[in-house]
Design a protein around this ligand. Structure first.
Ligand SMILES: Cc1cc2nc3c(=O)[nH]c(=O)nc-3n(C[C@H](O)[C@H](O)[C@H](O)COP(=O)(O)OP(=O)(O)OC[C@H]3O[C@@H](n4cnc5c(N)ncnc54)[C@H](O)[C@@H]3O)c2cc1C
Ligand code: SF4
Ligand code: SF4
Length: 483
């Protein structure tokens, strides 16, 4: 399956035959799971062990867990059409948006508990009070900062869970309770860019969307990366010797991970030292600003003090935001540093994994140059890129990259559309290359047999008749082994 259309057709037509086994093979065992909780919430046969989904019962292979997983195929173009109607422009680095603005809550109590300017908490309370939503799926935590997915239904409960938790939180685990136990029909979701992919699928993609897509508002948080709970155990407790229940707030600012305690002290650790606790699949993530949210909120690019930078994307997001400002729940300012936001987004989009030397040496057999395989691997890491982006990442002359891309397009390793290059699935391209490689060997064997062996054998027989035996079967064995 090569094109999006193929995959969409495939996923929509085949309801049986794909199950947890496939989810495990393609997502969980590849350390690509972001522990969003969608599969666990959608299927009673899936549970949790060691912060990973596990199969608890026999699998009817109904395809739901695979289709709605945050990390499997995301029908981007289809959702872009649904959400942005083809008239909200798209920026390659930060996605579709109508307006980028700085904002902060006017409520002092919210500002006391919020992470930055309290925009998320303020928008949620305003959405609840005006009837846009009837509940929210949020990330709460216990006294040891162990994350707890929760469903909240009152402004007071929303205030109680304000602030950022730097540990992967399976917020969608509470989705099942929200619709089955509390019978909520207009849900809001706040979460990381990766989680929003699962939420949009549930909201917009049939068949689940028709009965269960009860989301009315999706707020995304900017995200460079998230952590496993090891950050709390090994860094905060063991290294810094801070009791978790004494922590008031965590923050990441100006390259430092900061721990504030309830007695007014704080500790700073360079962000570099926290990287070993990163959630493993964050290394493959390209979305910094939650490109599929209705509104994205962060701190990068905000003015000094308790403010947020806000990216308003959909009409739903714009209406809610404007209404909250008109109702004096928030104040706004225009001094957002957009270049700073784009710089962070660029860093995330251009993160690449280096290939092992073994790959280069194996590829030599297929007559693929190091530059071709490097360019292809970079495209696999980036997912999709244009020439200026590749030029920035590879730091090579544009002409050299352009020629390499031409060659990769001719070899059918890469597809080019509207100036953007997309890699074709490696299983397909390598299989094609092996097929060509086998064909070449077969042709060369025939040539050797026809053009060299016959002449050499004649010469040998003419001069060494006394040694000649029938040894053609050696050749057949050789031929079978190679092919
Ligand atoms: C793991 C993580 C990484 C982040 N990285 C960046 C970054 O690189 N750059 C940047 O500018 N901003 C980042 N942010 C966003 C920033 O920390 C603030 O959340 C954002 O600015 C909103 O501020 P606020 O005052 O409006 O939030 P608040 O009004 O305090 O509301 C925050 C909301 O976020 C929810 N929440 C908290 N933690 C999580 C979580 N782990 N998963 C899902 N939901 C959660 C809470 O339930 C709460 O409702 C990150 C946030 C998190 C959680
Ligand atoms: S990313 Fe989410 S839906 Fe996919 S396997 Fe992990 S928990 Fe399940
Ligand atoms: S870096 Fe990506 S995968 Fe990791 S938490 Fe952030 S959005 Fe999710």
């Amino acid at each position: 399956m090569e094109t999006k259309e193929d995959i969409i057709d495939y996923l929509q037509s085949i309801d049986m035959g794909i199950g947890f086994q496939d989810l495990n093979e393609h997502v969980i065992s590849k350390n690509a799971c972001i522990f969003c909780g969608a599969c666990i919430s959608l299927c009673p046969r899936i549970g949790v062990r060691d912060n990973k989904p596990v199969l608890l019962d026999s699998d009817p292979e109904c395809s739901m867990c695979f289709k709605y997983c945050a990390r499997t195929y995301f029908p981007e173009e289809m959702f872009e059409q649904d959400l942005f109607n083809g008239n909200i422009p798209k920026d390659f680095l930060i996605g579709h948006y109508q307006k980028i603005i700085a904002a902060k809550s006017t409520n002092k109590e919210i500002l006391m508990v919020a992470q930055n300017g309290g925009v998320v908490t303020t928008l949620l309370i305003h959405a609840l009070n005006t009837g846009l939503i009837d509940g929210v799926l949020l990330a709460d935590r216990d006294e040891n900062w162990v994350p707890k997915p929760t469903v909240v239904r009152t402004p007071e409960e929303i205030m109680l869970v304000a602030g950022s938790i730097y540990t992967m939180t399976p917020t969608l685990l509470s989705y099942s309770d929200a619709i089955n136990k509390y019978k909520l029909k207009k849900l809001a979701f706040v979460g990381m860019p990766c989680q929003i992919q699962a939420v949009r699928k549930i909201q917009l993609w049939p068949p689940l969307s028709e009965e269960y897509g009860k989301f009315s508002l999706i707020i995304g948080l900017y995200c460079t990366s998230n952590y496993s709970y090891d950050l709390m155990e090994k860094l905060v407790q063991e290294k810094l010797k801070i009791e978790m229940r004494d922590v008031k707030k965590f923050d990441i600012s100006r390259g430092q991970f900061i721990v504030y305690t309830k007695n007014g002290q704080y500790w700073q650790v360079p962000i570099q030292e926290t990287k070993k606790y990163n959630w493993s699949s964050c290394q493959y993530c390209k979305d910094y600003t939650a490109e599929f949210a209705d509104i994205s909120v962060g701190s990068v690019g905000k003015p000094e003090g308790s403010w947020n930078s806000v990216i308003i994307r959909t009409d739903i997001g714009k209406k809610l935001f404007d209404d909250a400002v008109t109702s004096k729940k928030m104040i706004v300012a225009n001094n957002v540093n957009l270049s700073k936001i784009k710089e962070e987004a660029m860093k995330k989009k251009s993160k690449i994994k280096k290939l092992d030397e073994k790959v280069f040496s194996a590829m030599k057999f297929l007559k693929i140059s190091d530059l071709e395989i490097r360019t292809y691997a970079i495209l696999v890491s980036l997912g999709n890129a244009d020439l200026p982006m590749l030029n920035r990442v590879m730091k090579l002359e544009k002409e050299v990259i352009d020629n390499t891309l031409d060659s990769l397009v001719k070899r059918k390793w890469v597809k080019s559309t509207d100036g953007f290059y997309k890699p074709i699935n490696p299983t397909k391209v390598i299989k094609d290359e092996i097929y060509k490689f086998k064909k070449d060997i077969r042709r060369n064997i025939e040539r050797i047999k026809k053009e060299a062996m016959v002449d050499l054998e004649t010469l040998f027989e003419q001069n060494n008749l006394m040694y000649v035996r029938y040894e053609e079967y050696f050749d057949q064995i050789l031929y079978k082994e190679i092919l």
